[in-house]
Design a protein around this ligand. Sequence first.
Ligand SMILES: [Zn+2]
Length: 199
Amino acid sequence: MRPALTDELIAAGRWMAAQGLLPATSGNLSARVDRAQVVVTTSGGDKGNLQPEDFLVVDIGIDGPPPSRASAETPLHLALYRRRPDIGAILHGHSIASTLTSQLLADGGRIVLSGYELEKAFAGVRTHEAAVEIPVFENSQDMAALAAEVSAGVAGAPALLLAGHGFYVWGESVADARRHVEALEFLLRCELEKARMRR
Ligand SMILES: [Zn+2]
């Protein structure tokens, strides 16, 4: 595995923690090593201060409980990598904006972002006139069921939200995923502020 890959995830964790996206040791980060394996953060610990030993290499094909040191949410990462061969990295965080918008503003199992210039930060979006749909799923502690549900409902999306929980954001590279996190956070904060202004 390229050390650069874990270095990129370590830097992403530091950056996300500085933004308040990984409170209280929450969140987990992963990247695709090759067609068969990903590297993923271990359970617990401060993701703002990751060390090289805080990562595990896991087979993408594992369909069941993750290895013992792996995060409980590893099956969700693996399901996304299996479903979407274009995904090279996944960043999962618990931000205020994603936690609240997913609870309060989801309509028909999704949040539609439209009319925002910053939508163009998402790969493949060329105009603010496009509508970017972010699927929203009910939170669950049943990771196997959640992984199956999520993998069936993320075609084409750049991210998903778990209601009252947080965001999963991905990209072809760690850098792309970071840009998508920054854009999604900005846009969800806009949605929250918009809802407040309309009251
Ligand atoms: Zn989580």
